[in-house]
Write a protein that binds this ligand. Structure first.
Ligand code: N01
Length: 491
């Protein structure tokens, strides 16, 4: 971390939060409810919302039902669709932040570059665009899906048409009647492809690995149901409970082969029903176990792919030229616009090298390419540091908002522990963290994510699954809610 010399004196906060997605907003709300009001949130962008602010590509929507993909303490009876579109989710977050008095705590356009634990002062010194901050506690709520991953495709810089990542959508670029290529067939691609297909002259879909796709059954929420949820909020809580129970069950196929066979049959049927052409069907049928890569939900992805203006290209991208993409089969596809639906830097977070804990050791040094944390939230050697959406807190089957809320309760529990011991610094014991991580790793061994025969972004560069929580959400909730005092060191 470089500490600029010509900045003003550091400002301070008891708790400094990085990021204004679900996790950052939720953390600030719960801190204030606990009476901790000296809170500052640094946000690198000009608006709040995290991934729901950045991802504005056509078709962007949640693939978990909104009644579940929302805060437990802030139900929204007004969701207009089962799976709400991005603008509604961002508007929801803005409203929740306003209603709970969080918006004034946010410093917009203030990006954190790094932070260093100041041992004598027992606090974090944080460097951001605006200068220095001192904070007793630092909460990294900067998200796992916040930094786009752009592969080093040969010739990408020579392309003369418009080119952008799905998370950096350029709405100024006209697509109507143009030749467009989409690289990638993950969750973002399968939403953007059906949204732009009717507008473009030609759509080349460059698929490296096909995805398993289940029907989504997205529909408008009828006015009567919205009115019911608004007038009798209990009914929406019942709906949320039912969805939660359903998703908890959906976890089983990821661990057990028998229920997985049922899902396999459903995805196979969905593909067969929507894609008649046997050659295309073969190209779209994955060879790995269902769920190994994120299981996708869509009603309109396959129907878009069979339209006459779309071609699915399975040959690898070899080179990008000024106006075209050349693939390994020797073909050249002329294009005007290139869309990179190539995902995010999940297991190599950009802040890891610049967060410096005890003894000058960075998170990147501690992790060596494989992020690890106790309860996915705290890291040995990094006192008073909390990570939301941290290692092994992702889900393949339910709403990550539930996980963020459980982590937030864990943070509050750890702060209460430090307070009860009248100490300024708290961190997990190294042996407790090692035991926890070993248990996570052992629990992953037989899951389809690890043993399903695919290479996904759930696995880090060491091959370890450092992304997903290996059980149902309720289990994490129970564990995170109870802070095991012996597992924490205080000073
Ligand atoms: O990214 P991805 P995403 N050459 O990493 C391909 C969340 N999300 O943005 O599979 C060619 O899944 C890559 O190919 P392969 C959700 O958690 C949520 O789509 O590695 N292709 C893959 O097809 C999701 O899981 C919602 O072989 C290359 C694609 O790019 C996560 O975000 C909506 C390549 C990347 O897929 C990420 O999804 C959208 C190369 N060099 C997203 N490099 C919700 O609704 C990469 N690819 C909540």
């Amino acid at each position: 971390m470089t500490v600029p010399g010509n900045r003003s004196a550091p400002r301070s906060a008891r708790v400094l939060i990085i990021g204004t997605g679900f996790a950052g907003i939720g953390m600030a709300i719960r801190l204030r409810e606990r009476g901790i009001t000296d809170v500052v949130i640094l946000e690198r962008a000009a608006d709040l919302g995290g991934t729901w602010r950045d991802n504005r590509y056509p078709g962007c929507a949640c693939d978990v039902e909104s009644t579940l993909y929302s805060f437990s303490f802030a139900p929204n009876p007004g969701w207009t669709r089962t799976f709400s579109p991005q603008p509604e989710i961002q508007a929801y977050l803005r409203r929740v932040a306003d209603d709970h008095g969080i918006t004034p705590l946010i410093r917009f356009n203030d990006a954190v570059d790094g932070a260093r634990w100041d041992e004598p002062a027992q606090e974090w010194v944080v460097t951001s665009t605006s200068g220095l901050w001192r904070a007793q506690h630092l909460v990294m709520a900067n998200g796992a899906l916040s930094d786009p991953s752009v592969p080093p495709l040969p010739g990408l810089d020579q392309f003369t048409g418009a080119s952008f990542h799905t998370a950096q959508w350029d709405a100024e670029v006209p697509l109507d009647g143009r030749r467009v290529a989409v690289i990638g067939t993950g969750a973002s691609a399968i939403q953007v492809i059906p949204a732009i297909q009717p507008r473009v002259a030609r759509l080349i879909v460059l698929q490296r690995t096909p995805a398993w796709v289940l029907p989504r059954h997205d529909r408008a929420v009828p006015a009567w149901r919205r009115a019911l949820y608004a007038r009798v909020p209990f009914t929406q809580r019942i709906a949320r409970g039912a969805l939660h129970a359903w998703h908890e069950m959906m976890f089983l196929p990821f661990r057990h082969p028998l229920p997985r066979r049922l899902v396999q049959a459903a995805v196979g049927w969905h593909l067969a029903a929507q894609v008649r052409d046997p050659q295309l069907r073969r190209a779209l049928r994955p060879t790995y176990g269902v769920g190994c890569k994120r299981l996708l939900l869509s009603d309109d992805y396959y129907p878009a792919l069979v339209r006459p203006n779309v071609e699915v290209v399975t040959s690898a991208v070899e080179r990008i030229g000024a106006h075209a993409i050349t693939t390994a089969d020797g073909r050249t596809h002329g294009i005007d616009v290139l869309i990179l639906a190539t995902g995010f830097r999940v297991t190599d977070p950009i802040l890891a090298p610049t967060i410096i804990g005890r003894n000058g050791r960075s998170l990147a040094d501690a992790w060596q390419g494989s992020p690890k944390a106790y309860m996915g939230t705290t890291v040995a050697g990094f006192p008073n540091l909390f990570m939301l959406a941290g290692p092994n807190t992702g889900l393949g089957h339910s709403s990550v908002v539930l996980m963020a809320e459980a982590q937030i309760e864990h943070v509050l529990g750890v702060l209460a522990l430090a307070e009860s011991r009248h100490v300024r610094a708290v961190e997990p014991r190294a042996d407790a963290q090692a035991r926890y991580v070993a248990w996570i790793d052992a629990s992953h061994a037989t899951t389809v994510w690890n043993a399903g025969g695919c290479r996904s972004w759930y696995l880090d560069r060491t091959g370890r699954n450092s992304t997903l929580w290996p059980f149902g959400v309720d289990r994490f909730r129970r564990l995170a809610a109870r802070v095991a005092a012996d597992d924490y060191l205080t000073a």
